[in-house]
Design a protein around this ligand. Structure first.
Ligand code: BGP
Length: 473
């Protein structure tokens, strides 16, 4: 039995540029695809956007001071590409770069390890307009050039680098479900864009190693382990297919440099497989990550889905419990409710043990250290008259998951750290500001009105204790 987590375990928390910074037009920043997307009526909850967000751009010192008070060991944040290169490439915008140098210096001065995400979805709009962004091979060079700029500027200061955040999500939502920019719904285009994203990811990792950067790099994958609903063989196979199509399809490429055979065959039969050119496989194989970042929120329970069965259904983006539509891939699988777990108001299944299952699967298949780059509970929180927030539901959620990690470590999984989502409350891409995840409450209502003052939730003090004792009880 392991009583304590490894020493130097990174007890952290996370955010992303678009969701916290605001200052969307300040100091020379360019426009990103999200800056444009939120302006299209009906795309986000009540039209909420990140123009001001929680104003972290101006209040980062206050936020870092809270981290210091809490005893946080690591802070994961992302860089807005458009602050560094307003048009995606060309001249460096020094003021934008300086913001991240200052943030990193502030973290280091407070003994907090920076974990830097290069890409958390806010692609420069200029690259979208010029060559359709991820749908062009040109993105590989531009993304690599942007990454190298940051490698050079922050060499030795930042030791943990995340290349792409949730490639599986930004690609599927952007090119299949049409719920993220560029709001396309075309599987063929999706798989091609995904292939270029794989190349870009590998190219940046390869460069990091060639430059002998001190530290480690890896992508963050949104992993929702798949379960079969029951032991009916056709459902068991459906769960295997779901694991191949929704998980191995990305993780195998990161770690083996190859797409899983069964999934590729399925795509070829449907005429939607990506075009893979000479040299691509070599690049994929040369860009092996040092760790795998895992964003874990929930598991997926599936059954077989006939050919005339359901397709992609809408997600619950309103917080009205039970409003999630059925969703699946015809001829393969569809998702069903797991009768053994509870659900949040956004219908996300709460399954701490699923994290242990997922970590074990990853370790058995890939033998790679894991950094948990996101895990958390999005819920309504209430600020009392005394300016307190009693979020015991969040404490229960995080406590359960920390226990699952501890068990996974005793199983033999190498876990470098745990970043909760999120540090402060922030913008939930499609769900606005009412779906809160933070340890720190930010005062503003669902219409984005409020002081943006920060208040510590009960979970803030609870995590402070977890960190000081190097593990939950
Ligand atoms: C992940 C993203 C985060 C964050 C989180 C919570 O997919 O990497 O940026 O938003 O999910 O999701 P949501 O805001 O939809 O509740």
């Amino acid at each position: 039995q392991l009583d304590q987590f490894p020493t130097n375990f990174l007890w952290g928390s996370a955010s992303a540029a678009y969701q916290v910074e605001g200052a969307w037009q300040e100091d020379g920043k360019g426009v990103s695809v999200w800056d444009e997307f939120v302006r299209i009526p009906g795309k986000t909850f009540k039209g909420t956007n990140g123009d001001v967000a929680v104003d972290h751009y101006h209040r980062y010192k206050e936020d870092v001071a809270l981290m210091k008070e809490q005893g946080l060991k690591a802070y994961r944040f992302s860089v807005a590409w458009t602050r560094i290169f307003p048009n995606g490439r060309g001249e460096i915008n020094q003021k934008g770069l300086q913001f991240y140098i200052d943030l990193v210096d502030e973290l280091i001065a407070n003994q907090i390890e920076p974990v830097l995400t290069l890409y958390h979805w806010d692609l420069p709009q200029a690259l979208q307009d010029e060559y359709k962004g991820w749908e062009s091979r040109k993105i590989v060079d531009d993304f690599t050039n942007y990454a190298v700029t940051l490698f050079e500027a922050l060499r030795g200061k930042v030791k943990y680098w995340v290349s792409l955040n949730e490639q599986n999500i930004f690609i599927s939502h952007g090119y299949l479900m049409a719920s993220h920019p560029p709001a396309v719904s075309d599987p063929k285009r999706m798989y091609q864009a995904n292939h270029y994203a794989n190349l870009a990811n590998a190219s940046v990792i390869k460069k990091f190693h060639e430059m002998e950067m001190p530290g480690q790099i890896g992508p963050s994958f949104a992993y929702g382990p798949n379960y079969s609903f029951n032991s009916d063989p056709k459902n068991v196979l459906a769960a295997e297919d779901a694991e191949d199509l929704n998980a191995h399809f990305w993780m195998d490429v990161y770690l083996f440099g190859k797409y899983p055979i069964s999934a590729l065959k399925m795509l070829k039969e449907q005429g939607i497989a990506p075009v893979i050119e000479a040299g691509d496989e070599e690049l994929l194989a040369a860009g092996k990550p040092d760790f795998l970042g895992i964003n874990y929120y929930q598991t997926n329970t599936v059954v077989f889905n006939p050919l005339d069965g359901v397709g992609m259904g809408k997600m619950n983006t309103t917080g009205e419990k039970g409003s999630t539509e059925e969703s699946g891939v015809p001829g393969v699988f569809k998702r069903v409710e797991n009768p053994f777990v509870e659900r949040t108001n956004w219908d996300w299944e709460i399954d701490p043990q699923g994290l242990r299952v997922g970590l074990r699967r990853i370790t058995s298949r890939y033998r790679i250290p894991v950094l948990i780059t996101e895990n958390g509970l999005g819920e309504y929180d209430k600020l009392t008259e005394d300016k307190e927030i009693h979020d015991d539901y969040r404490i229960d959620y995080l406590n359960g998951h920390i226990h699952a990690i501890k068990e996974a470590i005793t199983d033999g999984v190498e876990v470098l750290g745990y970043c909760t989502w999120s540090y402060t409350d922030l913008l939930s891409w499609l769900n606005g500001y009412q779906k809160r995840y933070g340890f720190v409450y930010v005062e503003q209502d669902e219409n984005q009105d409020g002081t943006l003052n920060r208040y510590k939730k009960d979970s803030f003090y609870w995590y402070q204790k977890v960190i000081s004792e190097n593990g939950a009880n």
